[in-house]
Design a protein around this ligand. Sequence first.
Ligand code: ITT
Length: 197
Amino acid sequence: MSVVVLGLVTSNQDKLAEISAMLPKGFEVQRLDLGEIDETGATFEENAELKAIAGLVQSSVALGEDSGLEVEALHSAPGVYSKRYAESDVARVRRLLAELRDVDDRRARFVTVIAMAQRRGLTQFFRGEVEGHIAREPSGTNGFGYDPIFVPNEGDGRTFAQMTREEKGRISHRGRALAMLVANVGTLVHLGEDLPE
Ligand code: ITT
């Protein structure tokens, strides 16, 4: 059986590991190492496309993924700045909890946009979202980023960091975006022709 190899431009090992674990049989993800790409876009779509297009120097089809957390009471911040919100995962979580200390409306959503760029075709976008709320304190050690304080509405009250990778992937923003990509891969004309050498 032939395998579809998806080249992903990322410097984030956690994303790569999640995507790799979620792909169905017949698909593999391979990291395209282009260092950190400057995220100058104003939207997840723009930043995902910047990363994907950078990957076209190495592969005729390349994926870029941009994701982040939108908090209702903070007018959708940190959003595309989720990575740049603070220096480390612990500091990011601490800052967000401090910003929300006196806030009762704790609704939030995670967003992932995967862009698939092609040398000979238009970029396609796959967006996944998951609604939830920000907990009062961190719980759990799995996952990465804001997982210890994000409680999805579709779960049982646990944070993403208290779930297994499989449990998170079934309802996560990234799992949803990836499922859409996989469902559409058959319609992508050039895919599989000359993927990452
Ligand atoms: P790239 O090289 O792929 O750009 P990155 O870490 O810089 O990796 P982003 O710019 O897309 O990625 O920033 C995403 C940030 O949003 C990430 O660093 C986390 O802080 C947060 N984030 C995204 N998905 C998350 C998830 O599933 N769980 C927790 N935090 C997440």
